[in-house]
Design a binder for this molecule. Structure first.
Ligand SMILES: *Cc1c(COP(=O)(O)O)cnc(C)c1O
Length: 432
């Protein structure tokens, strides 16, 4: 069972909402630090262990700084994520660059910043060499193909995934890189997403550790690190059981002892690139009920919509909802909880049993701290919300303001409509 208790209650959130209008995303500094410390503790047996937080999950410099203070680096997938990491103060090999279909400018910036470049394809060796030159340290991304299963249960489908190199390509890539003068090497794979089982990392580690031994035998290369990437999930549903980092760390340690150590590979560093696990439970989307509608079903109309949190709309993902102040009331009403997009999939929940909801209630949508705000978009002219940080001392800091209509129109900064849009925006101000 995963306990679904908001990290901040109704009274505090009403006070926060009086200053920062709903909807907003709010993050829990204490929870983020707790999660990072538990991860480092679970892997403390490995000298050189490092978590490279997947920036795409929650790209906010204030949150990256908290993780930096806890010893984390960042994992970037694009030009702008590299810029953000650099600006926060992550330097050189504190940054991993795991991209695919990579533009030349991204490769050049990664090389310029001296970050660890993780090659998605064998053809990227020549590409990187051509656009930026090969660095001293290079990581290669592996895709074993087929289905990825743990104890006969299929977890994901790498054979259908666009990422990584085949087994043959991977061995060939290391040989080529070595010939071209690369000195240090890493291995990376991401084989299953949002796993809610302590067996995923140990299973993945076994596969990669055996491969590391094979790489040593075939090419003479002793890997610097094995990057287990992301994929440790969270229990979005209350009936699921949360992953246990201590068990996961111990499972990886056993694989390390059994496979790498006997092969003389006892200095391999373990890296992770967790996004969801680090941040999802440590963030929430807070929205106010602005309408109740009763037709063929009972609808709750919120001031947030899928543009603020798209996982339910695109994946049918479950996000637990707490009606603030009604935590102990019986869940004897069934609702579709909706946003205002002209899209019928704009529902945070369908046929969800909840306490009776009234206009004005605040809803706390759980586990929105990763792949939440980050996946936001502007469909229907909806504006991105603010992001707030609940600090360890209980105070609240706005770490990104809400978008305004002027932001939405900002890219029409030249041409016929620039002035008219500014004038109309000004005139509309009185209605806000
Ligand atoms: C998305 C991603 C991650 C993070 O995945 P989570 O499921 O959020 O932990 C890590 N590494 C790479 C390369 C990714 O694309």
């Amino acid at each position: 069972m995963s306990e679904k208790i908001p990290f901040v209650g109704k009274e505090a959130l009403e006070a926060i909402a009086a200053k920062y209008p709903t909807p907003f995303h709010i993050y829990d500094e204490a929870g983020i630090r707790r999660t990072a410390r538990a991860l480092y503790k679970a892997f403390s047996w490995n000298k050189g262990f490092k978590e490279y937080f997947a920036v795409k999950a929650t790209p906010n410099p204030y949150l990256l700084e908290i993780l930096r203070q806890e010893g984390c680096g960042t994992d970037c997938s694009s030009f702008t994520e590299l810029i953000m990491s650099d600006a926060v103060g992550f330097k050189g090999e504190e940054i991993m660059f795991s991209s695919n279909a990579t533009p030349a400018e991204d490769m050049r910036l990664a090389k310029e910043l001296g970050v660890i470049i993780n090659l998605d394809d064998i053809s990227h060796i020549a590409f990187l060499e051509e656009v930026a030159g090969l660095p001293e340290l290079v990581c290669c991304r592996y895709n074993p193909g087929g289905k990825f299963a743990i104890a006969n249960s299929i977890m994901d489908n790498p054979g259908d995934a666009k990422y990584g190199m085949t087994h043959a390509q991977l061995l060939e890539a290391y040989k080529i890189l070595k010939t071209k003068g690369v000195k240090r090497f890493g291995l990376h794979a991401f084989l299953a997403s949002n796993t809610v089982t302590n067996a995923y990392y140990p299973e993945l580690a076994s596969i990669l550790f055996k491969l590391a031994v094979e790489i040593k035998e075939e090419t003479g290369i002793e890997l610097d690190f094995v990057n287990l990437s992301g994929g440790i999930g969270v229990a979005y549903r209350p009936e699921q059981t949360d992953n246990d980092l201590a068990v996961i760390g111990e499972g990886v340690r056993q694989a390390y002892e059994n496979i790498l150590v006997p092969a003389g590979l006892d200095k391999v560093k373990i890296f992770t690139e967790l996004g969801r696990f680090m941040l999802a439970p440590n963030g929430a989307l807070v929205t106010r009920v602005i309408h109740m509608k009763h037709t063929y079903k009972d609808y709750v109309g919120c001031d947030a919509c899928a543009a603020n949190l798209m996982r339910p709309a695109i994946y049918g993902a479950y996000h637990h909802i707490t009606v603030l102040g009604k935590e102990t009331a019986p869940c004897n009403h069934k609702y579709d909880v909706t946003g205002g997009l002209c899209e019928n999939n704009d529902k945070f929940a369908v046929d969800r049993s909840l306490p009776e909801i009234e206009k004005g209630d605040l809803l706390y949508i759980h586990d929105a701290g990763a792949h939440g705000f980050a996946m936001g978009y502007n469909y229907n002219g909806k504006l991105r919300s603010a992001e707030l940080l609940l600090k360890e001392d209980g105070s609240v800091q706005m770490i990104r303001r809400a978008e305004t209509p002027a932001d939405y129109f900002a890219t029409f900064d030249t041409g016929a409509y620039a002035e008219a849009l500014t004038a109309s925006t000004k005139a509309a101000e009185k209605c806000r």
